[in-house]
Design a protein. Sequence first.
Length: 347
Amino acid sequence: MKWVGYLFPPPLSFLIFKLFMKIVVTGSTGHIGNNLVRRLLELGFEVTAIYRNPLKIGSLENLNCKKIQGNILDKPFLNKVFSDHEYVMHLAGIISVNGDPTGNVRNVNVNGTRNVVEASLNNNIKKLIHFSSIHALKFNSTTPIINEHTPLADSTCIAYDYSKALGELEILKGVKKGLDASIINPTAVLGPHDYWRSLQGDMLVKMFKGNMPALVSKGFDWVDVRDVVNAAIDAIEKGKSGEKYLIGGRWATPKEIAEICHQFSGKKPPKVILPIWVAMLGLPFAKLQSYLTNKPPLFTHEMLKILEDSNTNVSIKKAKTELNYKIRPLEETIEDTFEWFKSKAII
């Protein structure tokens, strides 16, 4: 099917290079993680996929890789797994748009990353690719440009953002100790093989089904998961140690996303478009609905804050120059995602 394609085949030199690579992927069952494992296997890498939750192993079903259950908070486990590998792709982490009430977000995203760095140093890993996020950066809607020089998020920012910033600092500490590591900072990720319905995937499903009651007026930068994966793989060979790369795609409003979804699903986009301040007034009702239905709220204060601070000036110049990064049309991403959700009877 069309939606499995990754496009942009690597050069012959890289195909020869990868024949000698044994690679570990943490967070392998997540949206980016399972897409990464698929692409690595497609290119012929020998992959060890680490996963924490056995209930999510289905995203790796029928993939010819070594699957190991474990936790990045377990140092002996990491040292054992890393011992006979040359490369590590670190994706394991916790995404939160509702604070960090238990401290688990910071524990996993910071302490877990520190453990991955230490295990990489202990086992002479040749290259570590760390998946961070654009949310690790501190910016708002008036920031002139968002690029690799944008300051990191701090304690005044959303808990998740601050945890990703601290995670990046752990990577840089490892670099100072001799670790060859590069950082990937994707924007909002869309695309197929979204088995566990990421926040963005859940948004698309609601739009495909015509179940989105209203939209907010602010947009965001959206990137195809397969383009993120390709950039990360290219960074193994081309990424400079201690450097980060913003991996973005196209800025679009939810209304524009809904209109593209309509082309494939036939469901009309919502007519109600709310400014952020009006949506903020609805937060108590979203919380009440979540309590009564025992389901996650339709939106949270942090979700709205992210949109409020969104910025059209995301620069991917560095990734294009140093990683030869390429992006595909947003329409293609949404069509392929629609076909994948349809193939899984989700829509």
